[in-house]
Design a protein. Structure first.
Lengths: 268, 336, 336, 268
């Protein structure tokens, strides 16, 4: 019988949901931060056969040496099958070896497009943006070329916007039929958006974002309220299963023992 | 089409006319920077985020002062951040004109405040690319090709921010991206081992260091330790950068600190936090902390050894231990 | 534009839908060929001239018989020559429709008579490329790109013999060549070491084996010896082909003989001379010698071990000794 | 004082001349067969600092383990600085790392273009050629992308032809100004043609083949007679210095001890 945690933070729920979305024995390209935590949690629970790929060059690693603080960290090379550099990792992706890309972003729109470049008015304000973000890194490439992508991010109205300042990592463009294929892309696009408030997918026809489940304590209304655009709601939307005690324990005692990415305070 | 650094034809011509013989390329950090890093240079920065950042070379460039620089990298933190901070504090000493890059921040340690400062004040021209784009641009340069085709990030604003093109593939009829080669004037690369001729043995991920070195007009290598040439020729498949792509070799232990260096030391986390904090305060208007950082660790230091000597021993030792202990099992198995 | 093997979109689709998990891929030679080499297949042949030719797989293909094959390779001798000889002797058993290649001969041991026989009698379609072209075509396939730009051999008749194109470079305005990716249906690769999942450790030059494996729809590996998975993960930078690019792993000692295999055995020079002599006589009208070669060494052999068992021990031993003794100094230094 | 061999074969003279054309401390891309013998001879005599590159992937090797029978032979990897595969070797070439490419061919024309593909009528007879040769291998690439090329071949009328059946390795095309550059090539083209009868270069303006020296025992007339087109003759043409005893000794006793590439019979 599943033993659920009595209290957990939205971030812990986010990580657990990220982990549960990962299928066993799939190749997963890991973005930095929370995706690495979720992948490790999945490896320690239901998906020991996951094959992680890190953009700095490691394939098939076990993160048992400690949570990497960077996708270029030596810890990502532990027990790897294959170890090269950035070009090799992205070429694997372009070729089709990656089942899932696991990425984040600062802003997202209804079609799963992400911004991690700038807040401001592009292209006019490109040379002097209101807020300059770190830039695409590899996320823009993963979004294009992984077979599918999982997006993980905090759910706040300022992050969920109808129109992005800048389109860094492409989802379904404007939702028009075959938009990705016409642009020259190979991957199928975003599969799930996992947030602190909901699990979302995309309508098959319109490619518009849709609530599949609400996180414990949230409702369709509370999720909609935290979203800068109107969401579709799946007719079978359900309440997401809360974290297990064991999942929370693993996060803090086996994965991010130093609290680099996962905060420890209890909010709920 | 404009080229920063060298155009493909210029890069070819320069290499064809170069002495590619196997000669002793060891020199001091100061001489290497004086000889190969000029005002106006496009600098290719090796490493990845805060791994193997060429910080000994960056410190020396700040000490010597350079103007009108272009920095080219895929993902980097400390190296461009220290240069950006120097520009913010001492614009007459160091000036960055342009950035060609994919990601400029510290991953677990957060954003790069000095990058935000320069970019949000419009003090530097930026050209955004993706990580694969920048890696493939160096690769095109290393391959002697004017461009490579790429499939990402087609359709994004990144492709509108830079000099990439799209075309219809003449074989498939589908849209494909083309990204121009990058040929920096000089590559700055930190590695674990090199011989006196410049053959480099990179441990762990190679990142894009071999491609940057082979694309650039000149390459300056700092290494944790010099190794005998015979070590290289005994296992030539482990050479990541061949000698004829290298112009200078400088032995600098801890040459990437507080960035990490696979098999040598982990992140100097306390030092990175201190620097980042000072930079964040500068961005918010308080300059004193950052000024004092530069004064204490870079400008008043005679050389990089002098800087390392000013880091508390226990910080260095912790970084060494964290890396070596976590690699112990792997190395034990490998040695069997 | 027509594609032999898979088109880039087909190759992508096939790989995206494939199970890429880490599973035990060991099987018999017979099953590997039955499962992954079909009539009509475009076969990518690993190795280079007479080094690491996948001869165990070639023997098995001849024993099982296949029709309508396309052979893709850069430079090869024994592997396509044995298939060509089988076609000349037993057209109902084996039929090659097409060759895409750069060089088909034996270097020190001279031309390939059976290639001359097929080509000069117009029995096979040929498409000439250069070595770099074929290597880059596999590389384009491995990179997931529909083409790569190349600078050679522009202006030659090679470019008129094949499906390459030229265009004006949109960045430099100069002429550049474009060569289409090659995605064979199956790659046949012989390596020194592999684990049960298919991770391959190639010693010496990699030739174009990693690219061919990663470009192909399926890859069959023969290896001199299986190694424990832990050997691979202890030094992952030495993995030349990752497991998820491999479909079958077969342990076949001497699997390239009489071709050479770096660190394992040198050329079986007497055997090559004997085979070449029989082929040359076939070309001049005397079929008996070649027929008896095929009968004795391939068709009447139960499997490849059976063939190796028919090679005089002193020939095998000489090939082993010539290779291991010449590598001794190097290996001694490496072990220090 | 130089001690010349009393007798030597044309092939020995060819190898010695090939060796002497090699400058010390240059990077030389070695074709199979005689170029490997000449390079090793040069390394053992006047040019110990030559850096050989082999197309199968080895750079900077010392051929002290025995003469390789193939450019893909393990012997080419001995004491190498760098060891990869074919793409890497040709990318070095395309980038400009190779000073000299050292190649052969079955046929040559007055502008240094080479045929190693077929004898017959291209394109009509391409599918059923009179004689099918092994094909370009890497020579077509070296001819295009090495900074300069050295060509080594036997001097026979059937090999020196005004018009080739097939243009495999490009020299100066039709000799027209900037023909190579217009075609998109980066290398400068053929520097010398070394044969059993002469050392030849190319006229600076017309790019037409020109006798620079005749081999011992040959004259301008005898060379011309063995050539299927008219040759230019340099006003300073001279008689080439015969092999030294030591050069002949090294060829047979240190390099090709088994006589794989160099025959031993004395013809002169």
């Amino acid at each position: 019988m599943a033993c659920h945690a009595e209290s957990f933070t939205p971030q812990e729920m986010l990580i657990v949901a990220g982990s549960r979305q990962l299928e066993d024995e799939k190749v997963v390209f890991a973005g930095t931060g929370l995706p690495m935590v979720s992948i490790t949690l999945a490896q320690l629970t239901h998906a020991p056969g996951i094959i992680p790929v890190f953009e700095a060059g490691a394939v098939g690693s076990s993160l048992i040496r400690g949570l990497p603080l960077s996708v270029g960290d030596s810890r990502t090379t532990c027990k790897a099958d294959y170890l090269q550099g950035l070009n090799a990792a992205f070429e694997l992706t372009q070729r089709g070896f990656i089942d899932y890309g696991f990425i984040g972003g600062a802003e997202i729109d209804p079609y799963g497009n992400l911004n991690s470049t700038m807040i401001g008015d592009f292209p006019v304000g490109y040379r002097k943006p209101g807020v300059r973000l770190p830039g695409s890194g590899g996320a823009g490439d993963m979004a294009c070329s992984c077979t599918q992508t999982l997006i993980i991010m905090a759910h706040e109205p300022r992050r969920f916007r109808r129109r992005l300042s800048y389109y860094t990592s492409m989802g379904y463009f404007d939702g028009s039929p075959d938009a990705r294929k016409k642009a020259g892309l190979q991957g199928k696009g975003p599969y799930r958006v996992i947030t602190t408030k909901a699990l979302m997918g995309f309508d098959e026809e319109t490619k518009y974002m849709k609530i599949l489940a609400t996180m414990p304590g949230e409702t369709v209304e509370s999720v909609q309220e935290a979203t800068g655009f109107e969401l579709m709601v799946d007719p079978d939307a359900y309440e997401y299963e809360p974290p297990l005690k064991e999942e929370i324990r693993l996060i803090h005692e086996a994965i991010d023992t130093q609290g680099y990415f996962v905060k420890r305070e209890m909010k709920q | 089409m404009y080229w920063t650094g060298l155009s493909p034809d210029e890069a070819r011509e320069s290499l064809a006319n170069k002495d590619k013989s196997k000669k002793d390329k060891r020199m001091t950090l100061s001489k290497a920077v004086r000889s190969f890093v000029s005002d106006g240079a496009n600098i290719g920065i090796g490493g990845f985020v805060n791994s193997r950042q060429p910080l000994a070379l960056v410190h020396e460039i700040i000490r010597q002062g350079r103007k009108d620089l272009t920095l080219s990298f895929q993902s980097a933190g400390l190296a461009p951040e220290l240069l950006a901070g120097a520009m913010a504090l001492f614009p007459d000493r160091l000036h960055i004109r342009r950035l060609e890059f994919a990601y400029f921040a510290h991953e677990y340690a957060g954003i790069s405040p000095m990058f935000r400062y320069l970019a949000e004040n419009g003090m530097v021209a930026v050209e955004d690319w993706s990580n694969y784009n920048m890696s493939a641009r160096f690769k095109a340069g290393a391959m002697g090709l004017p461009f490579l085709p790429v499939r990402s990030p087609l359709g994004s604003d990144i492709m509108k921010s830079n000099r990439s093109r799209t075309m219809e593939c003449p074989f498939t009829g589908r849209t494909i991206g083309l990204i121009p080669a990058s040929h920096p004037n000089v590559a700055l690369i930190h590695v674990q081992e090199a011989d006196m001729y410049g053959n480099c043995r990179i441990k762990g991920q190679t990142f894009t260091c071999p491609e940057i070195a082979m694309a650039s007009q000149h390459t300056v290598i700092t290494c944790e330790k010099l190794v005998e040439h015979e070590v290289v020729t005994a296992a030539p498949a482990r050479t990541s950068i061949p000698f004829f792509a290298v112009d200078a070799v400088v032995e600098v232990p801890f040459g990437a600190f507080p960035a990490m260096c696979h098999d040598c030391y982990y992140f100097g986390q306390g030092h990175i936090a201190m620097l980042r904090q000072a930079a964040e305060e500068f961005r918010k208007g308080n300059k004193a902390g950052l000024e004092s950082y530069y004064d204490k660790f870079i400008l008043s230091a005679k050389d990089f050894d002098d800087y390392i000597g000013r880091i508390p021993y226990k910080e260095l030792n912790l970084a060494r231990q964290m890396e070596s202990r976590s690699l112990e099992l792997q190395k034990f198995v490998e040695s069997c």
